[in-house]
Design a protein around this ligand. Structure first.
Ligand code: WT7
Length: 631
């Protein structure tokens, strides 16, 4: 399995060393020391983290492992919102800004911790008033506005299980998720605002509710004038429903293992998987990583550019940063609206100190050119992060030089909806290696193995596995425990993430992409991610997607779809140049047999290229479930 990946890159051993001040001033201190501390006594390590939070009743055991089921902080009682809100309201952070929201046309809304808590309690009481009880499922389908955060926290306050569906999913996808979770209430808004246009969310909800018998009420945030008409009994206004409710809502006492939320993620089969996360372990895992990986301090302004509708938003807009007591920035503005400087403008305007975004965004910024960020003052930034896909070396370099000004460490964080918290990265102060996410964080053990679970030699490709339970791990898949067990039985005694990876001689891990994104050409395994990365390393290429096409002789041939950078034109010469470039970077077996220049690639809303859609189109077949497709 070792032939095809970028051997040159793996052997290159190129590093960037951060300013030692970062390590000196970090919450973590020394990575290796913390990791050794964990290895010596894992329970003590996690206890130390958990003890920094407020519990209603302490745990009897840190972890019970009954393969493949883990229970963390057994019998402990807590409420995550008491940690994200009340804890700060009762200390010096009472009037600290918790949340800053920016909308279009200069709109801004600011919530202090005590103001956010008071909204959450009142909305929680409103949910109670309409009959929502602990354990009920509430579907949240909203734009990126503060009310989305309030709705999620209000559910957690009363022990209702939220199932957030990203506000860009179509009606059929929303219906599927509402039905599967048997949601009692749906919380939505009249519109989402995107690039100056109103997207009619409520109309999509109406369509999704045609066959959704479990739904008793729909709560609608009405943003537009004149106000949308509501059904007199079934539909309620987001603010009117809070009329007359008490101001106080004590946090529901939750068992550490009670569910906190369900979040649907796409699987290889097309039927989405309802990933179930629980209260105690998830709280500790997201708190720990927010504090020690992003190194959030009281004067930071933390901007995770994800939508709360994705796990990244759950863990690193809401639960983790708020548990730490951070100031969190969110915006409904897209990176290209009102112009391509929109996000850099926001960083300058808000003095963002920690930016956490995705490679797809970074590559889009590369495409429009560095003149845009160069117009703004980005000096407030001190740490920049990435998540969602491999951060290819070219994107790393651009991010590091153009955005981080050779000064900000990059935290490329590997994790999944299922893992709940980030697990692999290069922690503050450690030297960074372009193309490599880094090492497991303290508390986590990972390896790269063959299909029998045997570690592969350094610098060869294998399956990424997690070797021991971690607190924020998924507990099951909603109503599909059988499918949950597959994560732990594909390779015995470890969690198979489904990604291919390489571990360097230095222990750094390079993520190559999903194992199912592999093309076998003439018996060679070729990772779509590697060919794409090779293409993107050419100066003319902004983005690339690679698929396998059936070939009678080779089994598969490689077809590449390429978006060019501004200033480059498609031509046969360029095509040959790209072929030559891949040949010299990856070798002849990885050379695309066909290159098509395109303006756009089909992507999921979280920014992953949907190669399956390209492939289906290419072969003239049905792409199957495309509910996650962006447009
Ligand atoms: C898959 C999980 C975790 C939040 C967003 C995605 C890929 C994620 C990285 C990274 C390389 C990455 C993996 C993983 N991925 N982060 N830093 N480097 N690949 O969550 O939709 O559940 O997707 O995203 O392939 O398995 P998700």
């Amino acid at each position: 399995m070792t032939e095809s990946f970028n051997v040159k890159l793996v052997e290159e051993m190129k590093y960037y060393t951060p300013d030692p001040e970062y390590k000196r001033n970090s919450w973590l201190g020394d990575y290796q020391k913390a990791y050794d501390e964990f290895l010596t006594d894992p329970d003590a390590f996690w206890s130390k983290m958990a003890q920094q939070l407020d519990w209603i009743r302490p745990w009897d055991a840190v972890m019970d492992w009954n393969y493949p089921y883990a229970r963390w902080f057994t019998n402990a009682k807590l409420n995550i919102t008491a940690n994200c809100l009340d804890r700060h309201v009762n200390n010096h952070r009472r009037n600290k800004v918790a949340l800053i929201w920016r909308g279009e046309g200069g709109a801004e809304r600011i919530y202090t911790y005590q103001k956010l808590l008071s909204h959450v309690m009142r909305f929680a009481n409103a949910l109670k008033k309409i009959g929502v009880k602990k354990g009920d499922r509430v579907c949240i389908y909203m734009p990126l506005v503060p009310e989305q955060v309030i709705a999620m926290l209000a559910c957690a306050r009363i022990g209702a299980t939220h199932s957030v569906v990203f506000g860009g999913f179509a009606a059929a996808a929303l219906n599927l998720r509402i039905q599967d979770a048997e949601a009692k209430v749906v919380i939505t808004a009249d519109v989402a605002v995107r690039r100056g246009k109103a997207i009619q969310l409520k109309a999509i909800v109406d369509e999704a509710l045609i066959n959704a018998p479990t739904v008793e009420h729909v709560i609608v945030l009405r943003r537009k004038e004149p106000c949308l008409d509501l059904h007199p009994t079934r539909e309620l206004d987001f603010y009117a429903v809070m009329d007359g409710v008490p101001d106080e809502c004590p946090p529901e006492v939750m068992d550490a293992e009670d569910p906190l939320f369900i979040l649907y993620t796409s699987g290889s089969t097309g039927k989405p998987k309802g990933v179930v996360h629980t209260c105690g372990g998830y709280m500790v895992g997201t708190y720990y990583t927010s504090k020690y990986v992003f190194d959030i301090k009281d004067n930071d302004i933390f901007w995770c550019t994800a939508d709360p509708g994705w796990v990244t938003g759950h863990s690193y807009i809401i639960y983790g940063p708020l548990a730490v007591g951070a100031t969190v920035f969110i915006t409904e503005l897209t990176p290209d609206y009102p112009d391509a400087g929109s996000w850099w403008h926001l960083i300058q305007e808000q003095n963002i100190t920690i930016l956490y975004t995705a490679p797809t965004a970074i590559r889009t910024f590369m495409k429009v050119g560095e003149s845009w960020p160069n117009k703004y003052n980005l000096n407030s930034l001190r740490i920049i992060g990435s998540v969602g896909e491999p951060l290819n070396p070219e994107a790393f370099e651009w991010y590091y030089h153009v955005i981080g000004k050779d000064r900000c460490p990059i935290v490329d964080t590997w994790w999944q909806t299922e893992t709940g918290m980030l697990l692999i990265t290069t922690m503050l102060g450690e030297k960074m290696r372009p193309g490599f996410a880094g090492k497991p964080i303290p508390g986590v053990t990972v390896d790269v193995v063959d299909k029998n679970g045997k570690p592969v030699p350094a610098n060869s490709m294998g399956f990424l596995v997690i070797k021991s339970p971690w607190p924020a791990m998924l507990r099951t898949l909603y109503k599909d425990d059988e499918r949950y067990r597959k994560y732990w039985y594909t390779i015995d005694n470890c969690y198979t993430a489904g990604d291919l990876a390489v571990k360097g001689k230095d222990g750094y891990i390079m993520i190559l992409g999903r194992a199912d994104d592999i093309i076998i050409v003439a018996g060679h395994n070729i990772g779509t991610a590697e060919v794409e990365s090779a293409l993107v390393s050419h100066k003319a290429v902004a983005e690339a997607a690679v698929i396998g096409k059936p070939d009678p002789v080779k089994g598969n041939s490689i077809k590449a779809f390429v978006i060019l950078r501004v200033g480059h034109q498609p031509s046969d010469n360029l095509r040959q140049d790209l072929v030559h470039h891949v040949r010299t970077t990856l070798g002849p077996i990885a050379v695309p047999h066909e290159i098509e220049f395109v303006d756009k690639l089909p992507k999921t809303r979280s920014g992953k290229i949907m190669r399956r859609v390209l492939k289906a189109k290419e072969m003239g077949i049905d792409p199957g479930d495309i509910s996650t497709l962006e447009e």
